[in-house]
Design a protein around this ligand. Structure first.
Ligand code: NDP
Ligand code: 8X3
Length: 249
């Protein structure tokens, strides 16, 4: 039975992935800062599979390493790492951007992904196998107006997926980039700092992806036979054609 470590499991895509993996009896290490949500998810999914929770902030390298080092023996061997924790903070022209928002996006989406990967990769190398799934975005493929730093953080994720694939191929470790378009989660609520009305408007007139839609793509990638690696996927709602082109009715 495989073990997966999922960052950002307290909400949205990470939570949906945890639920779907539990149905497939994948053992779960669920990560996030909100301990109440982790505890609730553990209580729910613990009836289907073994679940261990780690609460840490991906921005703090020492905290990340300490949390992963604390894994009990039966959860230490991570087969699948889902680097999902991340968010957009703000949507502003470059000249109007807030330093705190820029720091959050670079520190969480880029440096946090690196810190978690650095803590998990050595054990995968020792095992001679593993699968790292990095959640990028269409924002990491095409820049849109006012998306500047969020797009830069997701372009970095795309570069890291490619770089990891090159460096880790000789260790039998697969690397997959998953790049969704619009998914209705807490993403827009975080981007607009709790403004629920503005968050809702993002999805006006179209049917966005659900977190489960993305989880299914992640499951497809990690459930391929050993000799198959899905390198990169872009997933749009049917009413979205690019970062900026949508069909709303
Ligand atoms: P949510 O806001 O619903 O989930 C974000 C998750 O990231 C939460 O579980 C949150 O947990 C975790 N997280 C955020 N900051 C930190 C931190 N500092 N330390 C640890 N965990 C953190 O958004 P989504 O599910 O939509 O986002 C998941 C990923 O998908 C992100 O990387 C996002 O960029 C990407 N994405 C989203 C799209 C969308 O349209 N929704 C489209 C394309 C990509 P907690 O707060 O408990 O720490
Ligand atoms: C989230 C999708 O288009 O809001 O990464 O940047 S978008």
């Amino acid at each position: 039975m495989k073990t997966a470590l999922i960052t950002g499991a307290t909400s949205g895509i990470g939570e949906a992935t945890a639920r779907l993996f539990a149905q497939h009896q994948i053992r779960l290490v669920l990560c996030g800062r909100r301990q109440d949500r982790l505890a609730n998810l553990q209580a729910e999914l613990g009836t289907q599979t073994a679940v261990h929770c780690l609460s840490f902030d991906v921005r703090h390298a020492e905290e990340v390493q300490k949390a992963i080092d604390s894994l009990p023996e039966n959860f230490k061997n991570i087969d699948i790492l889902i680097n999902n924790a991340g968010n957009a903070h703000g949507l502003a022209a470059i000249q109007d951007g807030e330093l705190a928002d820029w720091d959050a996006m670079i520190d969480i989406n880029v440096k946090g992904l690196l810190y978690v990967s650095k803590a998990v990769i050595p054990q995968m190398i020792t095992a001679g196998q593993g699968h790292i799934v990095n959640i990028g975005s269409i924002a990491g493929k095409e820049v849109y107006a006012n998306g500047n730093v969020y797009c830069a953080s997701k372009f970095a994720v795309d570069a890291l997926s490619q770089g990891m694939r090159l460096d880790l191929v000789k260790h039998g470790i697969k690397v997959t980039g998953i790049n969704p378009g619009m998914v209705e989660t807490e993403f827009s609520l975080v981007r607009f700092k709790g403004d629920a009305q503005r968050a809702k408007q993002v999805y006006n007139g179209l049917q966005p992806l659900t977190p489960h839609d993305v989880a299914e793509c992640i499951w497809f990638a990690v459930s391929r036979p050993a000799h198959v690696n899905i390198a990169d996927m872009i997933i749009f709602p049917s009413a979205q054609a690019s970062s900026t082109v949508t069909h709303r009715v």
